[in-house]
Design a protein around this ligand. Structure first.
Ligand SMILES: Nc1nc2c(ncn2[C@@H]2O[C@H](COP(=O)(O)OP(=O)(O)O)[C@@H](O)[C@H]2O)c(=O)[nH]1
Ligand SMILES: [Mg+2]
Length: 375
């Protein structure tokens, strides 16, 4: 069964794979349903729908197995809110604090941003948030219709095209009624891919859209760079871990990406701090037994899967003196209860912590203590 789960996640067409496994008698409907109830993100919504339509699974059985009826009812519905596809940024008008999210495609950047916006609109960590007239205004509005509010059920956005970047300029009013000008920047994840491919000479992989993404990045953060304070968040994804993107693992992409940012002077400009966010940590519970320590498990996972990236971060902090030479604990993050990979009931608890970080004075040094990342 473990092998089935691994395969179904890697094949191009999971439905075809399941169908052939069933025909061979390797798996029954009941077993498939049980696996899906245990791991609600084993299959995407399209595959679940196809299996139900072909009588290979039963929606009621999924509900009986503990899956929320709302998610099952949503199967087959067409998402109402589609994010704008084209977006270019040349420079960021200030004064504002720029917040960048870096990571490979599908690591959860756009979803994180949507949830962070929902948290910033809420009344728990801010008094209010207003979005200024800006390049990313429409993007913000669409994203906010998806991640509307706490507990809202949504269909998650599709992937961000290669050379699409958006900058959302906001004014967040903190609980003491002080205004903070903050610009959240969603960068195309393929940028990190293009950086690595260029570095190792995989020119064939690099399309014009990648070149444009690289050019735009250089304009924004190197040649036309602003004097605005900057935060950089590196996104690393908890999850299948071994998943390779075009033949390389995430550790390699992040290590190279970070080196590139460093070589281009971008890290030195991260005057408000560098952070690491670990997305999709809701999946940790799925992977451990009741009595296992989630925190230790996640730390082991990060050390095992991202050794080069963390070693490089630590070296950078020691050399530059950032965080007093000690890299702070990664920030665990999730967007709520995700089901069938494409549906979600939004929870902003983790996003609120990120907003609080943005509204607090930048800390000078990381406290020297053991990493304690999951509460
Ligand atoms: N389980 C879980 N899945 C997530 C979470 N955030 C994102 N995802 C999944 O990851 C996919 C890609 O996320 P997205 O934000 O589009 O990635 P991006 O390419 O980095 O912008 C989403 O469609 C979800 O299926 C999370 O917090 N938990
Ligand atoms: Mg994205």
């Amino acid at each position: 069964m473990k092998e089935f789960c691994r395969q179904v996640d890697q094949v191009d067409d999971p439905f075809v794979y399941i169908q052939s496994e069933m025909e061979k008698g390797n798996i029954t409907s009941e077993e498939l349903q049980n696996m899906l109830c245990d791991n609600r993100n084993l299959l995407d919504s399209g595959t679940v729908k196809q299996c139900i339509d072909h009588g290979m699974m039963d929606g009621d059985a999924l509900v009986a197995g503990g899956i929320n009826q709302v998610f099952v009812d949503r199967l087959g519905s067409i998402p109402e809110d589609v994010l704008p596809q084209a977006g270019r940024i040349e420079s960021i008008p200030g004064p504002t604090t720029e917040v960048y999210f870096w990571g490979i495609p599908s690591s959860g950047k756009t979803c994180a941003l949507g949830t962070i916006l929902a948290a910033a609109r809420g009344i728990t960590v801010t008094k209010s948030m207003k979005v200024e007239k800006c390049q990313g205004a429409l993007y913000q509005m669409k994203l906010s219709q998806i991640f509307k509010r706490e507990n809202f059920y949504c269909t998650l956005p599709g992937r961000t095209p290669v050379d699409t970047n958006f900058a959302i300029q906001t004014v967040m009013e903190d609980l003491d009624r002080k205004d903070h000008h903050i610009t959240l920047i969603d960068m195309a994840g393929e940028l990190f891919c293009a950086i690595l491919w260029e570095d190792v000479g995989l020119e064939d992989n690099i399309k014009d859209s990648h070149r444009r993404a690289l050019e735009e990045f250089k304009k924004m953060l190197v040649t036309n760079k602003s004097n605005n304070p900057k935060y950089h968040f590196f996104i690393i994804e908890y999850g299948e871990g071994e998943k390779k993107y075009k033949g390389f693992d995430q550790d390699t992409y992040l290590e190279k990406g970070m080196q590139y940012l460093n070589d281009n002077g971008v890290l030195a400009d991260a005057n408000n701090g560098l952070f690491v966010i670990v997305t999709k940590t809701d999946l940790v519970r799925r992977d451990i037994s009741e009595d296992e320590d989630a925190n230790q498990y996640l730390i082991d996972f990060l050390n095992e899967r991202y050794p080069n990236f963390f070693a490089q971060l630590q070296t950078y902090c020691e050399r530059s003196g950032m965080w007093g030479g000690n890299f702070p604990p990664p920030i665990p993050f999730d967007i709520g209860e995700v089901c069938f990979k494409n549906y979600c009931q939004v929870k902003t608890e983790r996003a609120q912590q990120v907003v609080q970080t943005l509204l607090s004075p930048p800390p000078q040094a990381a406290r020297k203590r053991g990493w304690r990342i999951i509460r």
